[in-house]
Design a protein around this ligand. Structure first.
Ligand SMILES: Cc1cc2nc3c(=O)[nH]c(=O)nc-3n(C[C@H](O)[C@H](O)[C@H](O)COP(=O)(O)O)c2cc1C
Length: 325
């Protein structure tokens, strides 16, 4: 058993988290992660309305009696969703863990606290993690430059970011970005983290709702098959290398603005990739660790082997490593 400050504080069996994923964090995946002893997050905004989120939480409860959470990602938007109503739906549903991301969670923190909800805030830098600790979150999840989605603008990979954060933080900290197997888990623990968060690895499991062709593409892709878009807009996103992402990068390099790429990066196009398996329909988030992914396991197989192999690594290979000479 890998017991850490994270498993103790958040009441889960294994220090393995499935982070929120737009269009992917649904009941089947979240319940499968929970049943395997990990912590899964439903992605609030994947549900069209707060009432749909209530139903999705109820559906998850029918599939598991283990703890799970809801991700609330707040990004700048021209037509913001009714965030307060989504938060109310979470509170009313009695969910006890929330993953916040995208912006400072401070405005909603008193509501979470009053409802006895533990908050795991996801960020991409030591300074933002420290700010989150100061305002009273229960744990932080820190995304290194390797991650799928938004790695921030500092370009610091986990090998430096995680120990740098561990040195400063007092609350439990989860390493995120670039982790796909037991080696990543053990490395994260060695770097000072209390567990790991994975997106790409869970995207490519049996219970993930995306089209089989996308899963097979992740298995076929190497660590070199991603693109960084929106660099010029200081809103970097790591996405799969495809016709669309290459075109977006080209337009940006030629001095284009968001208006010039708006149609290419539309959420509806990305959704078609996941739902129809049309790999060049739009942009879709994926991390460097796709180069470490060679199969499409169930969540139980994945979490089971990560824990077993991590224990073997710690008690056998690392314990038996001797310096010769
Ligand atoms: C398809 C996809 C969609 C994602 N959507 C979100 C999201 O809506 N909110 C969020 O906080 N993180 C999102 N993420 C990021 C993950 O929760 C996680 O932080 C990241 O994938 C970790 O890096 P990894 O992919 O290398 O494991 C997404 C990741 C993927 C792969």
């Amino acid at each position: 058993m890998l017991r850490t400050r994270f498993t103790e504080k958040f009441g889960v069996e294994h220090p393995i988290v499935q982070g929120g994923m737009m269009w992917v964090g649904r009941a089947e995946l979240v319940a499968a992660v929970a049943n395997a002893g990990g912590l899964g997050f439903i992605t609030a905004l994947t549900q069209p309305t707060p009432d749909d989120l209530r139903r999705e939480i109820a559906r998850t409860r029918e599939l598991t009696d283990k703890p799970f959470g809801v991700n609330v990602t707040i990004l700048p938007s021209i037509n913001p969703p009714p965030y307060a109503e989504y938060v109310q739906a979470i509170i009313d549903s009695g969910v006890k863990i929330v993953e916040t991301a995208g912006s400072n969670p401070e405005p909603f923190l008193p509501y979470y606290k009053d409802a006895g909800i533990k908050v795991l805030h996801k960020c991409t830098s030591v300074r933002h993690a420290l700010k989150a600790e100061r305002i009273g979150v229960d744990g932080v999840s820190i995304d290194g430059f390797e991650c799928a989605g938004h790695p921030g603008e500092d370009d610091v990979p986990g090998l430096v970011l995680i120990p740098a954060a561990a040195r400063e933080l007092s609350i439990p900290m989860i390493a995120s970005g670039g982790i796909a197997d037991a080696r990543g888990l053990v490395a994260a623990l060695a770097l000072g983290a209390d567990g790991v968060n994975m997106g790409t690895r869970f995207l490519c499991t049996q219970e993930s709702s995306i089209d089989q062709k996308v899963k097979e593409k992740i298995v076929a892709n190497s660590e070199r098959d991603t693109q960084l878009i929106f660099r010029t807009m200081h809103n970097t996103a790591r996405v799969a290398d495809n016709e669309i992402s290459r075109k977006v990068v080209e337009i940006e390099k030629a001095g284009g603005t968001f208006d010039d790429v708006r149609d290419l990066v539309a959420g509806a196009r990305g959704r078609r990739v996941f739902e129809d398996g049309d790999l060049d329909a739009g942009i879709w988030s994926v991390g460097l660790c796709q180069g470490l992914i060679h199969d499409i396991p169930t969540c139980a197989e994945l979490i089971g082997r990560m824990v077993t192999e991590a224990e073997e690594l710690i008690t056998a290979r690392l314990a038996e490593t001797v310096v010769v000479g």
